[in-house]
Design a protein around this ligand. Structure first.
Ligand code: NAD
Ligand code: UD1
Length: 332
C-alpha cells in the first residue's frame, strides 16, 4: 500500500512518516519547506532505515500533484500540509484561507481525477470553539474563533459535502488535541525559529536559556490550580493514530471525525513542574494576565478512537517532557 503524505517534513507529518514506514507502508511525501527543513527527509530515513520518495513542491500546485499521481499508484492520502499559527491567522487571514483551502481543493481534485478516494485529514480540537462541557465528544457543536480554526472547519465541511456527493469516498477527520514531545531518537521534533506561541516549545526555550522567562497566562481560571488545562498528547502516539486511521479508510467508506487526545487534562503549572522534575532543569516563570481567546480547560473523550480505530495514547506526560527536552538539546 502506498500512502501520499502532504506536509511530510513538518512536526506531526515527519513522525507519521516514521510510523507508516515502521508499519510496512510505502510512502511518498511532499512539502514545500515553508515551515520545515529539507534535512528532515534524511532523518526519517535514518530512524527507519527505509527509503521513500520525496517531492519538494506546493500542494496548491496541481501540476506537481498530477506528476506524483502519474508516477506513483497512490492508495490513500494523509493531508498535513497547511499553516497553523492562530495569532498569525488573525493578522493575515488571506494567507491562511489561500494556503489551507487551496491546497486541499487542489489535492481533492487531483485525487478524484486519479480515482483515489481515501483521505485522512489533520483537523483540530479548535473546531469545538468553547465546548459546552467536558470531556469533548465528536458530536459536540462546532464553531471557531479565528481564521485558522475556520479553515479547519471549512475543510471538514468540504470533505463532508464530498462524501454526500459520492459515498465511495473514505474520509477520517482527525481532531488533534495538544501534540507535544518528539521522537525518542531526538532526530525529529518541534523547534520553531521564532518566539513560540505554544506552551511546550516556550518551556523548552526557557530551559535551554534561549528565552528568559515563561509567562503563564492567568492563574484565576476555574481549574484546580487556576491555570489553563489541556489534553497534551505525545506526537508519537498521535502519529500512530494516523496509521490506525489509514487502516480504517483503506477498509471502509464513510466520513467520520475522531478525537486524538489522551482524555486527561494537565494544567500549565503541572506541565512546567513535571518538565523541571524529569529533566532536572529550572524553568523560570511568572504569572501574567490571561491570553485573550483562551478557554479554561479542554480535553478529549477519546473513546471513539479506541472503539472504532483500536487506538489509544500510551505515553505519559513525563515521557512527553523528557522527549521534548532531549530533542531540543540535540539541536543546540
Ligand atoms: P508543521 O507546520 O510543522 O507542518 C506542516 C508542514 O506543511 C510544514 O512542513 C510545511 O512546510 C508544509 N506546508 C504548508 N503549506 C504547504 C503547501 N501549500 N504545500 C506543501 N507543503 C506545505 O505543522 P504540524 O504541527 O506538523 O501540523 C500538521 C497539521 O496538523 C496542520 O494541518 C495543522 O494545522 C494540524 N494541527 C496541528 C496541531 C499542532 O498543535 N501542532 C494541532 C491541531 C492540528
Ligand atoms: C493551541 C491553538 C489551537 C490548537 C491547539 C492544539 C493557539 C492560540 N491555539 O491551543 O488552535 O488547536 O493549540 O494544538 O495557539 N500558555 C501559557 N504560556 C505560554 C503559552 C501557553 O501559559 O507562553 C498556556 C495557555 O494559556 C493554555 C496552555 O498553556 O492554557 C496551552 O497553550 P497552547 O500550547 O498555546 O495551546 P492551546 O491554547 O490549547
Amino acid at each position: 500500500m502506498k500512502i501520499l503524505v502532504t506536509g511530510g517534513t513538518g512536526y506531526i507529518g515527519s513522525h507519521a512518516c516514521v510510523e507508516l514506514l515502521n508499519a510496512g507502508y510505502e510512502i511518498v511525501a511532499i512539502d514545500n519547506f515553508s515551515n520545515s527543513k529539507p534535512e528532515v527527509v534524511q532523518k526519517i530515513k535514518e530512524i527507519t532505515k527505509k527509503e521513500f520518495i520525496f517531492y519538494e513542491g506546493d500542494v496548491c500546485d496541481k501540476d506537481i500533484l498530477n506528476k506524483i499521481f502519474k508516477e506513483n499508484k497512490i492508495d490513500a492520502v494523509i493531508h498535513f500540509a497547511g499553516f497553523k499559527a492562530v495569532g498569525e491567522s488573525v493578522q493575515k487571514p488571506l494567507k491562511y484561507y489561500r494556503n489551507n483551502l487551496d491546497s486541499t481543493l487542489s489535492l481533492l481534485e487531483v485525487m478524484t481525477e486519479f480515482n483515489c478516494k481515501k483521505i485522512v485529514f489533520s483537523s483540530s480540537a479548535t473546531v469545538y470553539g468553547q465546548p459546552k462541557s467536558l470531556p469533548i465528544k465528536e458530536d459536540f457543536a462546532l464553531s471557531t474563533t479565528n481564521p485558522y480554526g475556520s479553515t479547519k472547519l471549512m475543510i471538514e465541511d468540504i470533505l463532508r459535502d464530498l462524501y454526500i456527493s459520492d459515498n465511495t469516498w473514505s474520509i477520517a477527520l482527525l481532531r488533534y488535541f495538544n501534540p507535544i514531545g518528539a521522537h525518542e531518537s531526538g532526530l525529529i521534533g518541534e523547534n520553531p525559529n521564532d518566539i513560540p506561541n505554544n506552551l511546550m516549545p516556550y518551556i523548552v526555550k526557557v530551559a535551554i536559556g534561549q528565552l528568559e522567562v515563561l509567562s503563564v497566562f492567568g492563574n484565576d481560571y476555574d481549574t484546580p490550580d487556576g491555570t489553563g488545562v489541556r489534553d497534551y498528547i505525545h506526537v508519537v502516539d498521535l502519529a500512530k493514530g494516523h496509521v490506525k486511521a489509514i487502516e480504517k479508510v483503506l477498509k471502509d467508506s464513510g466520513v467520520d471525525a475522531y478525537n486524538l487526545g489522551t482524555g486527561k487534562g494537565y494544567s500549565v503549572l503541572e506541565l512546567v513542574n513535571t518538565f523541571m522534575e524529569v529533566n532536572d532543569v529550572k524553568v523560570k516563570y511568572q504569572i501574567v494576565d490571561r491570553r485573550p481567546g483562551d478557554i479554561a480547560a479542554c480535553y478529549a473523550d477519546a473513546m471513539k478512537a479506541k472503539l472504532v480505530l483500536n487506538w489509544q495514547a500510551e505515553k505519559d506526560i513525563k515521557q512527553m517532557c523528557k522527549d521534548a527536552y532531549n530533542f531540543v538539546k540535540k539541536q543546540k
